[in-house]
Ligand binder design. Structure first.
Ligand code: APR
Ligand code: PHB
Length: 394
């Protein structure tokens, strides 16, 4: 088998890249370890920056998002008995975010790919990468009991944090940067109306809490818990009681509870690998970086990597500008580190750390107070939250 771009992973990164390339006439094949049902069963974040919204439109996979997605002009920060609104639209000269679940983004992209007729192999457990530095790179994997070879010009490693692509780069090439936080998020999905029209991020003495949503009838709420916490120890009742205890009193009173549809604990981690390319292999999305979910940047960073690789490949295939390939990692990393910084900062500002003494707590409250009380501070939060601009490929 032969293609121009071999894509490993059918998460949002792989599917979005595949769709953009296909629409531009660049042939690609996606190889995914899991089944489509498994991929769609993962519940992830749900706030899209304008850049990602535009990219989904460019990919022709935005119809349902444009109908059902919720445009949010702002969000709330609750701390120290106060609730302060960050007016994204006003502070950024008109920019907003789109609340639309990652699961739905993935479903829309899967449907678009199916309709396009492009090739995707699901449930392929043993992808291997070969000749990354050679003239002719290729993948091998098993299909219906037979070993298949997929020859290609380029490989996009869109296979997430636990994927095979990053691990196929020889030792000594990559430098890893990592911070693991001493807590996790317990998330609950429920068919209840959102407690507030906009998201509420709450800093509370008992720990962080977040009120988010998927639609006018479906909510996603989180509370900070210990990193080792077991989801079995959290009955719905215990979760709702804990969430309410961390929200402003009048918000807690309004909160409508209900049975959970999904409940899970996620660890919080910051991670970046440099460089994001090796020979003909390009790492995209979670394969190269992880952010803690506090700034809602994970999916959006995947989208900006996709945009960068897509625009470079377009120039390579249409204009013969092969020299641009060398720039992929540098261009991506500039934006990634800024989002890493913002996600780390939001996490530091909003969570309770095990070693937080009385002094650190006052500093944290003062930092929040300073940022929301100053126009410059609110602008800084807003411009990062809506997403920093994509760097053009020239
Ligand atoms: N072979 C083939 N596919 C693989 C392999 C492998 N060895 N290992 C992993 N995969 C697949 C996974 O099953 C998954 O479907 O790669 C896909 C990676 O998808 P994600 O983990 O969702 O990563 P990505 O597409 O980069 O999406 C970015 O944004 O909100 C964040 O972390 C969140 O998933 C999210 C991400
Ligand atoms: C979510 O809706 O799951 C969500 C929203 C905002 C975040 C993180 C998660 O910062």
């Amino acid at each position: 088998m032969k293609t121009q771009v071999a894509i490993i992973g059918a998460g949002p990164s792989g599917l979005l890249l595949g769709q953009l390339l296909h629409n531009a006439g660049i042939d690609n094949v996606i190889v995914e370890r899991q089944s489509p049902e498994y991929v769609l069963g993962r519940i992830r974040a749900g706030v899209l920056e304008q850049g990602m919204v535009d990219l989904l439109r460019e990919a022709g996979a935005s119809q349902r998002m444009d109908q059902e997605g919720l445009v949010h002009d702002g969000f709330e920060l609750a701390f120290n008995g106060r609730c302060e609104r960050i007016d994204l639209k006003e502070l950024t000269g008109g920019k907003t975010v789109m609340v639309y679940g990652q699961t739905e983004v993935t479903r829309d992209l899967m449907e678009a790919r199916q309709a396009s007729g492009a090739t995707t192999f699901y449930s392929v457990p043993d992808v291997q990468l070969h000749e990354l530095k050679g003239e002719k790179p290729y993948l091998t994997f098993t299909l219906n009991g037979e070993t298949v070879r997929l020859d290609c010009d380029h490989i996009a490693g869109c296979d997430g944090f636990h994927g095979v692509a990053r691990k196929s780069i020889p030792q000594g090439v990559l430098t890893e940067f990592e911070r693991v936080y001493p807590f996790g998020w317990l998330g609950v999905l429920a068919d209840t109306p959102p407690v507030n029209e906009e998201l509420i991020y709450a800093n509370h003495q008992r720990g962080f809490a977040l009120c988010s949503m998927r639609s006018p009838t479906r909510t996603r709420y989180y509370v900070q818990v210990g990193a080792e916490e077991k989801v079995e120890d959290w009955s719905d009742q215990r979760f709702w009681d804990e969430l309410k205890s961390r929200l402003p009193a009048e918000t807690a009173e309004r909160l409508i509870t209900g049975p959970s549809i999904e409940k899970s604990v996620a660890p919080l981690r910051s991670y970046v690998v440099e460089p994001m390319q090796y020979g003909h292999l390009f790492l995209v999305g979670d394969a190269a970086h992880i952010v803690p979910p506090t700034g809602a940047k994970g999916l959006n960073l995947a989208a900006s990597d996709v945009s960068t690789l897509y625009r470079i490949l377009l120039n390579v295939y249409c204009e013969g500008r092969h020299e641009l390939l060398e720039r992929y990692s540098q261009v991506c990393l500039r934006r990634i580190w800024k989002a890493e910084r913002f996600s780390w900062w939001m996490t530091s500002m909003l969570h309770r750390f095990p070693d937080t003494d009385a002094f650190s707590r006052r500093i944290q409250q003062t930092e929040l107070d300073y940022f929301v009380s100053s126009e410059a501070g609110r602008k800084t939060i807003a411009e990062n939250y809506v997403g920093l601009p994509y760097e053009p490929i020239e």
